[in-house]
Structures are given as C-alpha cells and as structure tokens.
Design a protein around this ligand. Structure first.
Ligand code: ATP
Ligand code: MG
Length: 475
C-alpha cells in the first residue's frame, strides 16, 4: 500500500533504518491518508532513542525529549520523531511512559483502532494489530482494548472519541459507547485547558462541527461540562411546555446517536421551528473553521434563553432580554474554560449584541451612532454571526435586509467616520488654550463633540469645533 507521504518522511525513515532502527509512520496522518483525505502532520515512531535521533540528523529540535519526541527539520517542515513507548502508570490525566522496543507495544497504548495503525514508509507494509482498517471501512470507532479501562486511563479520550466520530462520520461501537457514557461524570477531572483545546479542535478542524457537538449532548458530556448549554436543548421549538431539556435528546444507542448527529445538518428549515440548541449547532456549521471564536459565540448565542423564558399573553413563550442574560452566562463559561480575557470579552460582546442592528432605513448618522455603540472592532464579526444565525433559521432581529444593511455599514466605514475623540480635529490642548480648566469636564466636552460630528461630519474642522465649544460651553 502506498500512502504517498511527503518525501521527507521517506528520507527520515531511510536514515534511521540504515542506522539499524526500525521506523514507522503512525497516528492521524496514516489514518487520514488511508481514508483518502489530505493528511495533516506526519509523525514517525522509531526504535532509536531520542539522543540517537538527534545524532543522525543535522537540524533537530528537542520538542519533548522526556516523552521521547525529537523534531526533525527538513525543507522548512518539522516532523515529530518519537521513540517507541509503553505506559507504565496511568491515572486518568497523564501517563508515565518509558521507552519500548517494538512498534506493537507502541500501538497498544494508542486510543482508538483507527489511530493505532502503523505504515512503513519504505516497504509500504501496514501494521494493524487492532483491525483499525476494518473499523474505518465499516465506519466504526472503537477503543484499543477494554473501553472502560482505556477511558479511565485518560478521560480526554471520551472527548476525542466524540470528535473523531463526528469528524469522520463514524458510528461509535456499542461497547465503546456505553463505557464512554459511563465515563462522562469524570470529565470535570480534566484540566480546563485540555477541555478547551479539544473544543477548539472541533471548531478549527471540522467544518460540520454539529455532528461532534450533537454527540457531546447525546453522551451526557455536555451536561457535565457546560450544563448551561445542555439546558437549551428543546427550548424555543414551540414544544417548550413539554419540558425543556428533553426535547432533542437522543436515546443512548449508537444508531440513534448517529441519526441525531446528522439531524441538524439535514434539518428541514421549513418544518416546525428548531430548538435553540439545534439552531446554535447549525449556526456553528454556517461559520468557517478559520473563525473558531465566532463559532464559539454561535454555539453560546442562545445560552440565555432558558433563564429569560416567560409566558406571553397567549400562552406561548417569549425570551425577551435573553441576549443580556446570555452574555453573562457566556462570559462565565469562557472563564471556566480559562479562555484569555480578550476571547472572553469578545464572545460576551457578540452574544450581548447579537440582535442589536440599526433599522434598514437608518440615516447615515444613525449608522454611525450604532458603530460608536457597538465598536468598529466588532461589527463585521457581528454581521458574520447574524448571517450564520439567519442561515440556521433563527431569523429575528436583523434578518430582513441584512445584506443591504451590511452594504450600508460598509459604505459608511469606507469614509472613515469619526467615532471617538481620537478622530477629532481638536484635543485637550486646544480646550486649554481656550482658557478652560483641565479636568473630567474635558472628556465630557470632547465626547459631546464626537456626538456632534457623528450627526454632521462636516463639523470636524478646527474652526468649527472651536466655535462650537465657545458657543456651547459659553466661555
Ligand atoms: P488530529 O487530526 O486531531 O491531529 P491525531 O490522531 O493526529 O488527530 P493527535 O492528538 O495529533 O491526534 O495524536 C497523534 C496520535 O497519538 C493519535 O493518532 C493517537 O494514536 C495518539 N494519541 C493522541 N492522544 C492520545 C490519547 N489521549 N490517548 C492515547 N493515544 C493518543
Ligand atoms: Mg495529529
């Protein structure tokens, strides 16, 4: 079998093999290449010890010597070469590893059968002791060895299973699935960073993220990790009265899971109204993998709906103000995931302003006021989010004439309007020169000038502004 790796993979293998060290290509790239998908990073596993790898290549980087990983630089690309390893101790978070002598030992510690394939770059031989190829062909995800044990060794594997099943459209094998569901209560033992990184991998690697995310909900992982989101399942579908939180949930069986996972993607948008969770998933799918933060905001956009829900006069539900409540909850979730302050603030603002759009017939000054209030740094992303929500069937504020509104905003931004004091033709020194006492008052005056210039941009000349100050402040 030829998997057509980059030339450097064969070069590295040849150099190591010539020196007497057995060397294989392993991990995700082998899996992806077998599936006929563009393979990501090619990793190699070798019997050579790290210091021997370093001796054999001119340019190396000690990426994780303790774990046996040496980076080999060839033609500007970095390849990870890792010494065969075996686990000697595991306790659900980290494994203590030691070096091993055979590829079989190395493969036995890997998580899923489709990730435990080794391919020899020189002979083309496939080493597949756990029948990962069969599983891939059958569209099945299975742990290497006893599922409950493998999850208990490292609970991150629960989330990895959901991601791989969603990404490659694999059905999770029944034994693996029931062990996975049983392991979900242990997920909070993972560090917030590892959980966030897993979630981010879904956003950045999987265009149809809804499949993996549906599996988060169906398995119970969502209820444990982000219960606020789990509570949006079934909300807003018109079926709320039957008990929010139960509406969209799948029974535990893998075949059901599979159907649930694909349901949102093929969900008929002209059928009955979708629930908040399903709309969030569709909105994530409508955004590209290059914008993970926006995808996170889309996922969280309806998180305030359960708390904001009240009865309207005709016995239906309304969700007035869910954006503000949702912004607070989203901020909380982002902090819990130990996201950066910048990411947290941005997601909070996106959720808060998701429905705040200027009316289609707003005059230019109205659009400029809106730009000042929302912040120019946010508005393009706010439109992207709104477009995604519209595509997800979540109409609401902003859906009508959205393209026309975008054009209007874009046209005005091309004129570089003055929206804060930094764009004014005068500053504090000019106020001082007019004989005004410096102090908080300066800020107020300058902000009033900004407002005046937003109404009438032609005012923004030194003469007009100074005259405005003399007249309005009367000194
Ligand atoms: P991706 O496309 O997400 O990179 P991948 O399979 O390459 O998928 P990596 O996290 O890059 O995933 O890991 C490379 C390989 O290391 C995996 O294919 C698997 O064999 C092994 N591996 C990674 N994480 C674990 C884990 N938590 N438990 C067991 N084996 C793991
Ligand atoms: Mg990888």
């Amino acid at each position: 079998m030829d998997l057509n790796p980059p030339r450097a993979v064969r070069e590295i293998a040849r150099r190591l093999e010539d020196a007497g060290y057995e060397t294989w290509a392993v991990g995700g790239a082998v899996r992806d290449a077998i599936l006929g998908l563009p393979a990501g990073d090619w990793d190699l596993a070798t019997r050579a010890r790290p210091w021997e790898v370093r001796r054999l290549f001119r340019r190396t980087i000690p990426i994780g010597i303790k774990h046996g990983t040496v980076g080999v630089l060839i033609g500007g690309a970095l390849y990870e070469v890792t010494t065969f390893r075996r686990d000697v101790e595991t306790f659900g978070r980290h494994a203590t590893v030691e070096f091993a002598d055979t590829i079989e030992e190395d493969l036995s510690r890997r998580d899923f059968t489709c990730n435990a394939l080794a391919w020899h770059p020189l002979t083309g031989e496939l080493r597949d002791p756990y029948l990962g190829l069969q599983d891939l062909q059958a569209g099945r995800l299975r742990t290497v060895g006893e599922p409950a044990e493998r999850f208990a060794e490292d609970y991150l594997r629960v989330l990895r299973a959901l991601r791989f099943a969603g990404h490659f459209e694999l059905a999770i094998d029944p034994a693996t699935w029931s062990a996975l569901v049983a392991a979900t209560p242990n997920l909070p033992r993972l560090s917030a960073e590892r959980i966030r990184e897993e979630l981010w991998k879904i956003f950045t690697k999987t265009p149809r993220a809804s499949r993996a995310l549906s599996l988060y909900a169906a398995s119970g992982a969502l209820a444990v990790l982000i219960p606020e989101l789990d509570r949006t399942v079934g909300v807003g579908s018109g079926l709320d009265a039957q008990g929010a939180g139960e509406g969209g949930r799948a029974a535990g069986m893998p075949s059901d899971v599979r159907r649930t996972a694909s349901a949102p993607v093929h969900g008929a948008l002209d059928g009955p109204p979708l629930d908040a969770w399903t709309r969030s998933l569709l909105a994530v799918d409508a955004l590209p993998t290059t914008r993970p933060l926006l995808r996170m905001a889309a996922l969280l956009h309806a998180v305030g709906m359960p708390a904001a829900r009240t009865r309207d006069l005709r016995g239906g539900w309304r969700y007035t103000g869910h954006e503000a409540q949702g912004a607070r909850i989203a901020e909380d979730i982002m902090r819990r995931l130990r996201s950066s302050n910048a990411d947290t603030a941005r997601v909070r603002r996106l959720v808060a302003h998701q429905s705040d759009f200027f009316p289609p017939d707003a005059p230019p000054a109205g659009v400029r006021r809106w730009l000042r209030d929302i912040g120019v740094d946010l508005v393009y992303d706010l439109f992207r989010l709104r477009f995604a929500l519209c595509r997800a069937g979540g109409g609401g504020a902003g859906s009508a004439d959205l393209v026309a509104r975008w054009r209007k905003m874009h046209r005005i931004l091309l004129e570089h309007p003055v929206l804060d004091t930094s764009g004014l033709a005068i500053d504090g020194r000019d106020l001082k020169a007019l004989g005004l006492e410096p102090g908080p008052r300066f800020g107020e005056i300058l902000r009033a000038l900004v407002d005046a210039v937003i109404e009438d941009p032609t005012l923004n000349t030194r003469e007009s502004l100074l005259e405005w100050v003399r007249r309005e402040v009367g000194e």
